[in-house]
Ligand binder design. Structure first.
Ligand code: 5GP
Length: 118
């Protein structure tokens, strides 16, 4: 059984976060350490630790994460200019919180997709 993270507490509103959207499947809130003018995290309400743990039964929530990303991009005014959706999986990608989350980043030119550093 996977261990809950701080994101479960945000979903249940036990700790503060700027929640922008919540329904029966997903929750979206501003990242506490924004890396761009718009930096939102979109997460499923049920715990899936990593992308590797996704099952067919999660597809409805994952689809909702995408449509909520598009809606929030419109609301934030970044849809036309452009934005980036990122999901980090495990150590090489730098995943820090083991409750899957989609980063929505935008609000200025984001530069190359990956750093050239190795
Ligand atoms: P990861 O590196 O796992 O893809 O991203 C985790 C993200 O969660 C980071 O961008 C980090 O700033 C954000 N984060 C971690 N703890 C909290 C928190 O308590 N509240 C909010 N709003 N964001 C958090």
């Amino acid at each position: 059984m996977a261990e809950e993270t701080i994101f479960s507490k945000i979903i249940r509103r036990e700790i503060p976060a700027e929640i922008l959207f919540q329904d029966e499947l997903v929750t979206a809130f501003r990242d506490i350490s924004a890396k761009a003018p718009t930096h939102i995290l979109i997460i499923p309400n049920h715990l899936i630790p990593t992308v590797n743990d996704i099952k067919a039964s999660d597809e409805k929530a994952l689809g909702r994460m995408m449509s909520v990303a598009a809606k929030l991009a419109q609301e934030e005014g970044v849809a036309e200019g452009g934005y980036r959706l990122i999901m980090n999986c495990n150590e090489d990608a730098g995943q820090e919180v083991f409750h899957i989350h989609m980063h929505l980043l935008g609000g200025h030119a984001l530069g190359p997709m990956l750093s050239q550093k190795r």
